[in-house]
Write a protein that binds this ligand. Structure first.
Ligand SMILES: [Zn+2]
Length: 77
């Protein structure tokens, strides 16, 4: 399963990365500290296929006034 993370505080400075669920940063959408907290952003997913998460992310950023960079984290390159 694949996820991506939207971070509010430094949204414009960051590349939005796609992660695999098993990635240490992602942990199936719970994040690095397994807090499950969405205080500073949120995980979107799970998406079954990498192509689905890419399509969702591209559609989502079309709605933003600013176009952030998107990419794959090392876990799913
Ligand atoms: Zn990752």
């Amino acid at each position: 399963m694949y996820y991506f993370y939207i971070n509010y505080p430094n949204f414009k400075d960051r590349t939005i990365l796609i992660h695999e669920g098993e990635c240490g940063h992602c942990q199936n959408g719970n994040g690095m500290h397994e807090s499950g907290s969405n205080e500073k952003g949120f995980w979107a997913g799970p998406f079954k296929e990498l192509i689905h998460v890419e399509e969702a992310l591209k559609s989502l950023i079309k709605l933003f006034s600013y176009q952030p960079e998107i990419g794959n984290h090392t876990c799913c390159k």
